[in-house]
Design a protein around this ligand. Structure first.
Ligand code: AMP
Ligand code: GLY
Length: 417
């Protein structure tokens, strides 16, 4: 089979790495890819949101299966477009992608299908939104409706900050049309966890749990990032909690997808806040998480091509997903300044010195004249399975010291309890 993976992050490197292990795969292309995907796939210089360019490429190369990493092409309707052209593609179609592409759509879905979530109001008019603030205590959360490159969620500690945020989004239009409406919601104080699921025509099959660390500094301090460390499984997911999530969330999502005719074959990522043992859904994504994928792929023992095929054929069953019992930890090395301004093009050294059981997934790298250099805020995800979480963690931190690039920064507390 010839595969096309769309995207350019650590998630796509981990997917390409896992797909390449399948006997059924002859060739993997990754568009546009990065320095890491180049090691297991052939990079193709087409942007992830250039749907027509990707379609032309897939037709020309007789691609048997396309796997979409990021949300933008899904929200733009890449799945619908590929299907119309008779191509097999794994991901949410345009309608279902609104579960991620519109906060209001997602909240309405949760409300309608009685899925526990933060109390909210939705507004497109500034004055009404200001009035709506009266219904909430501080801190509260303001979310621009659309994608906003993951920057559309603001936690406001005061009325002043909330008013300024509403002005920025609804009047100044700092996110353009992606901020033509907002969701205001209550702040949930708890522990976050992610549950990625395979979705196949109305079936939702959870993978193992994962815990992403979004803040840049140790102790979950500082500004939010795309995720700078992750481990799987999350010890928060006790049998009790899993059972509750199955009964009160996953089964209601299944009913909701069916009732609302949101049939698709792809991924559903459920972001949870667990407050006093009770799970609340914070958000849906319709794609693999990053860095969740970097810890889930090493633990997945089943053939990923088989799983995706079965999803597309509606024959996937829970028993098809076989997981290693070994925990997995990843720590993301970032460029100085991230998630703010940062510089690129610094040479990355030391990757050839690492122990054999360390996996390095590239988030933002490229090759210039055969030299691997930094090319993003998140640079590489240093990953290891271990007999215990502590064992995996120890292996990673021992080897991280061997890696260097100018301004390298990483958290020291990932996987530590
Ligand atoms: P979202 O894109 O909705 O996941 O929001 C991004 C991040 O903001 C989440 O991962 C949480 O850390 C935080 N967040 C979002 N909604 C809430 C909420 N209602 N209460 C507390 N934190 C939240
Ligand atoms: N790690 C969070 C995300 O992929 O959205």
């Amino acid at each position: 089979m010839n595969l096309l993976v769309i995207g350019s992050g650590g998630r796509e490197h981990a997917l390409c790495w896992k797909l390449a292990q399948s006997d059924r795969v002859d060739k993997i292309y990754c568009a546009p890819g990065n320095g890491g995907t180049a090691l297991v796939a052939e990079n193709v210089d087409i942007a992830a949101d250039n749907i027509e360019g990707l379609l032309r490429f897939a037709l020309e190369k007789s691609i048997d299966l396309t796997i979409v990493g990021p949300e933008d092409p899904l929200v733009l309707g890449i799945v619908d477009r590929f299907r119309e052209a008779g191509l097999r593609i794994f991901g949410a179609d345009k309608r279902a992608a609104q579960l991620e592409g519109s906060k209001e759509f997602a909240k309405r879905f949760m409300e309608k299908h009685k899925i526990a979530t933060a109390r909210y109001g939705s507004y497109s008019n500034y004055e009404e939104a200001i009035k709506g603030l009266d219904d909430f205590n501080y801190p509260l959360v303001i979310k621009a409706d659309g994608l906003c490159l993951g920057k559309g969620v603001v936690i406001c500690d005061s009325r002043k900050m909330a008013e300024e945020t509403l002005d920025d989004i609804l009047n100044q239009r700092i996110f353009g049309d992606e901020g033509s409406s907002v969701v205001i919601e209550e702040f949930l104080d708890g522990i976050e966890a992610s549950l990625l699921c395979f979705v196949s025509e109305g079936k939702v099959i959870p993978m193992e749990s994962a815990k992403d660390h979004k803040q840049i500094y140790d102790g979950d301090k500082g500004p939010n990032t795309g995720g700078v460390g992750c481990y799987s499984p999350s010890p928060l997911f006790t049998d009790d909690l899993k059972e509750k999530i199955d009964r009160e969330i996953v089964s209601r999502i299944i009913n909701g997808l069916r009732e609302d005719d949101l049939f698709y074959n792809g991924i559903l990522f459920i972001g949870f806040m667990v407050v006093d043992g009770e799970p609340y859904v914070l958000e849906f994504n319709v794609r693999f998480g990053d860095p969740e994928t970097e810890v889930l792929m090493p633990r997945l023992e089943s053939d990923l091509v088989d799983l995706i095929d079965k999803c597309l054929e509606s024959s996937i069953d829970e028993s098809d997903l076989v997981w290693s019992p070994k925990p997995c930890v990843t720590v993301v090395a970032t460029s100085a300044g991230y998630p703010g301004q940062y510089e690129k093009d610094f040479e990355i050294i030391g990757l050839d010195q690492l122990n054999d059981d360390i996996l390095v997934f590239h988030n933002g790298t490229k090759y210039i004249d055969n030299k691997l250099v930094t090319n993003g805020g998140r640079v590489i995800s240093v990953t290891s399975l271990g007999n215990t979480m502590e064992d995996a963690r120890r292996k990673i931190y021992e080897d991280l010291g061997k890696i260097d690039f100018k301004g390298i920064y990483y958290r020291k507390d990932i996987g530590k309890f």
